[in-house]
Design a protein around this ligand. Structure first.
Ligand SMILES: Cc1cc2nc3c(=O)[nH]c(=O)nc-3n(C[C@H](O)[C@H](O)[C@H](O)COP(=O)(O)OP(=O)(O)OC[C@H]3O[C@@H](n4cnc5c(N)ncnc54)[C@H](O)[C@@H]3O)c2cc1C
Length: 473
């Protein structure tokens, strides 16, 4: 089957499923302009999947916005530097159960079923190509080069105003923040590194690093997780003179809790656990850190210019005689550039989109008190969400302000586990989100919907008794 044939099959499947049915939501009128039922911020896999899931609910007055140019959404072809995805190829996600929409169908249409058998893991750039295809074949309404700067919540009657970095604001009844792994906080570089070095001497690995321009230079990388090794092998492929990875721990992380969560049936039902279990499990999840994949590690090790330093936290960094000097318990190391792979912090107060009302959003510290010896300020700072990813208020009087705002990003981890922001969880998270959004749209208009139903008097049956002679003949 070719890709064109797959697209025909998909179109037939969608037709059979009644996809694209007439919307049922009631339009809102506002003097400032069109009011969308939902605006999804972020056109990565979560945002695209959310748009499809809402269309399946016959919520059609939807717009996806993304700050990036068309086709460059998310990390895949921007700052992710591994060769393949870390996720096993069998996992299904944003297809929402439509076989012709799966990655496998897309792959087999181009490489045959032998090609699927021969595939080990999904190449990173192919995953992005699949996401572009998904967006095109579903004709999803995405507006690129559009960055949400700030939400002005509940300007009137449950309508939120979205101020953009450029251009006129947008209006929406529901705002879904599908803003990705850093979308609930920000990438973090230890503050003291920034204080000691000029900005051109270092970068977080989530940023655009031109490793080709660093060919022949020495690069020091801080961090023991998967991204540190992704960057090392990528930088070496681009011709850097040496890549040194520094890990604080004496041993590399070996256990990847995601694999257990996937197998043990935990991902679909994590949200049903009591808070105490969620807290303990997420605490352990973050303590594990994600190990490098075996293939990335082997790729890095295959370069004679790769060096690994275990039990080597950075004690200090300084710029001296045109070099960067990194001090560790094992001595000094000299570099031309540093890449920092130290992850991120999650906290609604760090997000520009939520500026002005972040303090009014309930966090875990407001709703759950862990045993004193188990407290984790990092977990406590996560927003405490409703079952459909809704932001909840700290104080009941703020409920109308936050009504209609959904955090469909990494900050949902403590409430929802891996359903948020990882491929393994999306097939469970998307129906939960779209149902919650559709339920709100419905219940917000409950009175009018009930009244319209009670007034309904359109005749469907047109038969006559006694029958007209002509009709019987
Ligand atoms: C290096 C790396 C490798 C990873 N590998 C895997 C993997 O193998 N498997 C896996 O499951 N997960 C992996 N992840 C996690 C990964 O980020 C997610 O699975 C995936 O990108 C999440 O999709 P998303 O749509 O939620 O977020 P993203 O893909 O990050 O998309 C969010 C989009 O929102 C945009 N955006 C953010 N804020 C705004 C704003 N204010 N206005 C407009 N647009 C905005 C962003 O620019 C981005 O385009 C990896 C992450 C990284 C960093």
């Amino acid at each position: 089957m070719s890709l064109a044939q797959l697209e025909q099959e998909l179109a037939r499947d969608l037709q059979r499923l009644g996809h694209g049915g007439e919307p049922w939501t009631r339009p809102r009128v506002h003097p400032s302009g069109h009011v969308y039922d939902a605006i999804i911020v972020g056109g990565g896999q979560s945002g695209l999947g959310a748009a499809f899931a809402l269309l399946r609910e016959r919520v059609g007055n939807v717009l996806v916005i993304d700050e990036n140019p068309d086709g460059l959404e998310g990390p895949w072809v921007t700052y992710a530097r591994m060769v393949t995805l870390r996720t096993p190829k069998q996992i299904t996600s944003i297809d929402l159960g439509v076989p012709a929409l799966t990655f496998r169908a897309w792959w087999e249409a181009q490489h045959g079923s032998e090609g699927w058998d021969a595939l080990d893991k999904i190449p990173r750039t192919d995953w992005m190509a699949y996401l572009r295809w998904y967006r095109r074949v579903l004709a999803l309404p995405v507006r690129n080069n559009t960055r949400l700067a700030r939400i002005e919540p509940n300007i009137a009657d449950g309508v939120h105003r979205l101020h953009l970095a450029m251009g006129a604001p947008l209006l929406a009844r529901k705002v879904i923040l599908a803003t990705g792994i850093q979308g609930g906080g920000q990438w973090s570089v230890p503050e003291w590194i920034g204080q000691r070095l000029p900005a051109h001497r270092y970068a977080h690995t989530s940023g655009p690093i031109d490793y080709a321009a660093l060919a022949g230079k020495r690069v020091g990388i801080l961090g023991g997780g998967a991204s540190a090794f992704d960057n090392a092998q990528f930088a070496l492929d681009q011709g850097v003179a040496a890549a040194h990875v520094f890990v604080r721990r004496e041993q590399l992380p070996r256990i990847n809790p995601i694999r257990h969560l996937e197998r043990a049936g935990i991902i679909p039902r994590f949200a049903a656990l009591p808070d105490a279990d969620k807290y303990r499990m997420m605490s352990s999840f973050f303590a594990h850190n994600q190990p490098p994949t075996n293939d990335t590690f082997q790729r890095a090790c295959a370069h004679p210019r790769f060096h690994l330093h275990l039990g080597a936290p950075w004690r200090d960094v300084a710029e001296r005689d045109g070099e960067i000097v990194v001090e560790t318990p094992q001595g000094e190391h000299r570099f031309d550039f540093l890449a920092i792979a130290t992850g991120l912090v999650t906290d609604p107060r760090l997000r520009p989109e939520l500026e002005g009302f972040a303090e009014r959003i309930a966090r875990w510290s407001d709703r759950y008190t862990p045993p004193a010896d188990a407290a984790q300020p990092m977990l406590d700072a996560h927003p405490y969400l409703g079952p459909g990813f809704e932001l909840l208020p700290r104080a009941p009087e703020d409920a109308p302000l936050l009504h209609g705002l959904f955090a469909f990003n990494y900050s949902a981890m403590v409430n929802q586990g891996l359903s948020a922001a990882a491929l393994s969880g999306l097939k469970y998270a998307l129906p939960r989100l779209s149902r919650a959004v559709a339920d709100q749209l419905f219940l917000d208009d409950r009175q009018a919907i009930v009244d319209t139903y009670l007034d309904y008097d359109e005749a469907e049956f047109s038969g006559q008794w006694p029958p007209l002679r002509e009709a019987v003949a």
